[in-house]
Write a protein that binds this ligand. Structure first.
Ligand code: NAP
Length: 257
């Protein structure tokens, strides 16, 4: 079943059996304005019915194969994937894959063969022996503040990461992070959280779109919600762009009004 409030997703998507081409068209980034493309930041997150963003410290137990298919499609459309360091550590993040199915479209869009992973970190404590640093298709970026420990910055660079300064202290300013990525030519931005990072992106007003999978599960407990940190003064209003359903999982796409 598929439906869309602005016609982006129609019944024919279901008939195309959730093909990668169908999903890629359905989730296409907005056409950039000629001459001065503005960054567009979308988040992709999964939540249970009772609001849990993870189970046993990972999102995989609340996900599903179709969710992962959309996850892969969203990556394939993005220039860069922005992610918090704790998600990298807990989920054992690997570099984004080069996928033959998307090679021609990425080349036509002027994109690298795979999106870069851009990790947000203040402490810069990583295992640089992991594939994210040893064998990415495109160099992994690390976004940090100007006051980050110089020896850790040096270690990151020695490991082949491109360190990008996007804050005056040790932390990253979300607005500067988006600007810095745009200055590197990355305007189709995707964030995969986690909740602590997403909360800051929401609060800073830089999130344009949320792709949210609602998993038909209840986990109780004290798991994080998809966005954490201090609450915003006034709730940010988003509108539903499209909604897909499969096997009880809802795949919503919301855009800020
Ligand atoms: N449901 C979902 O869709 C989903 C998606 C992603 C993750 N998750 C789950 O969420 C959990 C991890 O998320 P999390 O919220 O705890 O952590 P997170 O947001 O992934 O990462 C937090 C870390 O990011 C860095 N960071 C965040 N904001 C920063 C800033 N402004 N400046 C500099 N560094 C900053 C810090 O790294 P340093 O400590 O290195 O300084 C901080 O410790 C995992 O259990 C994961 O499975 C769920």
């Amino acid at each position: 079943m598929a439906s869309g409030s602005d016609g982006l997703l129609g019944g024919d998507l279901a008939e195309r059996e959730w093909s990668l081409t169908g999903l890629a068209a359905a989730y296409a980034y907005p056409e950039p304005a000629p001459g001065s493309p503005q960054p567009w930041l979308r988040a992709n997150m999964v939540s249970t019915l009772d609001g849990a963003a993870q189970h046993d410290g990972r999102s995989q137990p609340i996900s599903t194969a179709t969710d992962m298919r959309i996850f892969g499609t969203l990556r394939a459309l993005a220039d860069v994937v922005l992610v918090g360091a704790e998600t990298v550590r807990q989920e054992g993040y690997r570099p984004a894959r080069v996928r033959a199915e998307f090679a021609a479209a990425r080349e036509a869009a002027g994109q690298a063969p795979a999106p870069a992973i851009a990790v947000v970190s203040a402490g810069l404590e990583f295992d640089y022996g992991l594939p994210l640093f040893t064998s990415p298709a495109v160099p992994t970026l690390i976004l940090t503040g100007a006051a980050a420990a110089p020896d850790r910055v040096a270690a990151a660079e020695k490991a082949g990461a491109q360190v990008v300064i996007a804050g005056d202290g040790i932390g990253v300013d979300p607005v500067r992070a988006v600007q810095a990525l745009a200055e590197l030519g990355h305007t189709r931005l995707l964030t995969e959280g986690g909740p602590r990072l997403l909360g800051q992106l929401v609060a800073a007003g830089v999130l344009d779109e949320l792709c949210l999978t609602i998993s038909p599960m209840l986990t109780a407990g004290d798991a994080q919600r998809i966005a954490g940190g201090p609450s915003v003064a006034v709730p940010k209003r988003f509108e539903l762009v499209s909604l897909l359903e499969e096997d009880g999982f809802l795949f919503g796409r919301y855009r800020r009004t």
